[in-house]
Design a protein. Structure first.
Length: 311
């Protein structure tokens, strides 16, 4: 992708900053971020001549002005926490659904060519039909999941009503460099790494037999760009298609680190899902594939980043 005018909401966050880093050298990129979890330090080129950073919430910004002349929008801004959405559903809804709707209206008003929305596998809930297909019904078990589902539905309606092109990418468990240990995106990996590097016993919630489908952040970046450049409108699971239990994950990380520290087990958390594995057959619609054999090397890259950037 080259020579485009692009807006990245939440562009200072974990995933958003990786997307900005990839795009900013060959495109004009505007980032919106309220700095609640994102930070300038996440960017590789914070002073790049092609980069403009606007501080503020989507609900407060003049989005029509920001999106004027924009080719593509990557929408990642969100209060991305299941527990916090349970504790503060109104606040979470304002950030995740109201802000998204305002953005979609501005995208429609300004003839944006495509919106790529960062959705979540949380919308599947405790669906037993593993692996999970995009055609499965919404079964949200938290306000956060409801808000992601609502944004997906708004995009579908905007496509049918106004011709706004979109792809909703349902991320499963994302990990990689720059991940905050307090992030809800697969926070289990940075917490395991951070704890073990500091000689502490990490916590596993529940019995550790819950399964997750992990996906590397650099694959997420590639999926976003491919989705943007594709002719596809709809929903795509972004995952490896392979399930890994939290206990298995812990064993792999301790093996890579050469650690013999044992974890602490605590009660499972409200809203957490037992099993989550994706059907990835729909990824062909955007030309995306994942090399699932590279997982251990990706973990090593992530561990190296944490060693070089102690939090």
């Amino acid at each position: 992708m080259e020579g485009k005018d692009i807006v990245v909401t939440g562009g200072l966050g974990f995933i958003g900053s990786h997307i900005v880093d990839e795009l900013v050298e060959n495109n004009r990129v505007t980032v919106t971020d309220n700095f609640s979890s994102g930070k300038i330090d996440n960017l590789k080129y914070p002073n790049h001549e092609n980069l403009k950073i606007i501080k503020g919430d989507l609900n407060d910004l003049d989005l029509d002005k920001i999106l004027k002349g924009t080719d593509y929008v990557f929408h990642l801004a969100a209060l991305a926490s299941v527990p916090e959405s349970v504790e503060k559903p109104l606040f979470s809804n304002e950030n995740n659904l109201d802000g998204s709707l305002k953005l979609f209206v501005a995208a429609k008003n300004n003839n944006v060519k495509k919106v790529v929305f960062s959705s979540s596998a949380a919308i599947y809930g405790e669906n037993p039909n593993i692996p999970l297909k995009e055609t499965e019904p919404y079964m949200p078990e938290s306000p956060y999941a409801v808000q992601k589902a609502g944004s997906e539905l708004y995009l579908k309606a905007f496509n049918e009503s106004y011709g706004l092109n979109y792809v909703s990418l349902r991320y499963f468990n994302v990990f990689g460099p720059k991940q905050n240990i307090n992030s809800s995106y697969a926070a289990v990996i940075p917490n395991f790494i951070y704890g073990l590097l500091n000689g502490r016993q990490p916590t596993i919630f529940g019995d550790g037999e819950q399964t997750r489908d992990f996906i590397y952040v650099k694959d997420i970046v590639r999926a976003n760009i491919l989705a943007c450049e594709s002719d596809y409108n709809g929903i795509v699971n972004i995952a490896s298609g392979n399930g890994l239990s939290i206990n298995q994950l812990y064993d792999i990380i301790t093996e890579v680190l050469g650690s013999d520290i044992k974890p602490i087990y605590e009660d499972e958390r409200i809203g957490d899902i037992k099993h989550s594995i994706a059907d990835i057959s729909n990824q062909k619609n955007i030309g995306f594939t994942v090399d699932s054999n590279n997982f251990k090397n990706q973990l090593k890259e992530t561990i190296k980043w944490f060693m070089d950037n102690p939090q």
